[in-house]
Design a protein around this ligand. Sequence first.
Ligand code: SAH
Ligand code: SF4
Ligand code: F3S
Length: 446
Amino acid sequence: MQKHYWITTYGCQMNVHESEKIAGILRARGYAQADAEEEADIIVFNTCCIRENAENHAYGNIGALKKLKKAKPEMLIAVGGCMTQQAGAAEKLRKKFPFVDIVFGTHNLSVLGELIDRKLGTKKAVVDVWEKEGEADTEDISFRTSYPNAWVNIMYGCNNFCSYCIVPYVRGRERSRESGAILREVNGLLDQGYKEITLLGQNVNSYGNDRGDCTFWQLLNEICKRKEKFRLRFMTSNPKDFGEGLVRAIAENDQVCDLVHLPVQAGSDRILKLMNRKYTAKEYLEKVELLRKYVPDCRLTTDIMVGFPTETEEDFQATLSLVKEARFSTAFTFVYSRRSGTVAAGMEGQIPEEVQKDRIMRLVELVNAQTREFSAGYLGKTTEILCEDFDKKRGLYLGRDEYGRMGYFASERDRIGEFVRLKVTKVAGISLEGEICEDTEEEKEG
Ligand code: SAH
Ligand code: SF4
Ligand code: F3S
């Protein structure tokens, strides 16, 4: 009888892509995707621990399975991802939820299939979380469902140890994949008709530092030797290593989107120093200027955190000023969350919740106003959308433009995977609505 799987993912794009790898492993074992969680023979949670609420979310959803597991004891429950990789987390999880069958980590995701076999041969739970990072795997085992977009890992881990961040502890040190393997994967995806490739790493600018034969911008140039139309994106860039080589690669290659996600975190030099970010607000703004000099139309997005230990109103005001000066088109905003084991967790001067809440509200208000202003600039103009889905509820196709703005439009026929020119007739919040205003590239060529 056909067996089915269900995967629940939390966290960043890296995790979303790793869930595609988990799906690949399960499919190779004969499982097919279930239509609903209750119908699955195996449920996998791919967890995140970047902030406390991400963990609570996963704990809540795992706990909610107790009843289902009782009614269906042969169903397997597996928990993996960043959360299980923290010191003591696997034990805590097993204690809290004794019905969990398999616990695995970020470093041994590729052996999930073997862990399932081990579990099927025993009544006991299988807990296997590796402390040490494995080799950067070069084999693409993903089962992708994101056409026309595809994610490609170029490196794993992080060496930066920003003082608030758990990632270096749960993802290990930086390991870059061999450039030849990345090129083979990207070329294979383009051959299959994928139209947008996003290169993933915690700090893509330091790609290759551990190998010494290819830098990040060289990798971009290599990929862009393919001359057909496609979009190339990457995330995330750490400002400390963001420089001219990369800026030139963005300017010189049409395929590289004119959009950079450059997390700033804070606008106060004192806080940036405590965060161990290794740049000042002025240095950050100089990099933004360099980017705009080479790529005048480039859009900039960022991550910002409020309520870091000892942050004063004055520090927070510095963040607000930087947001205005850098002219971000969108920003992801977070309240600092104390992560056990990090340097900041042990700092004096943790900020009370009411103060954090007040600051995040003021920050979000400013960011939203800037985002709306950017969106309003689209009205009556045309922009090119890569159509990626059909929204059944609205009866409209949707996709994003080069700058990441979502656009909706009506079409008589399926447009998924096509570049479409859209005349923007309506702006709602951060998304756009419009009409197709000229033939697609494919039709023009045909
Ligand atoms: N490697 C990326 C960031 C990955 S985490 C970079 O350095 O830019 C994504 C975002 O989560 C971070 O940019 C930061 O803003 C936020 N973040 C990380 N740790 C956090 C914490 N302890 N509390 C709140 N937000 C956090
Ligand atoms: Fe975390 Fe800093 Fe590494 Fe980003 S660069 S993953 S914020 S430690
Ligand atoms: Fe979360 Fe791990 Fe990504 S902690 S943000 S899933 S690297």
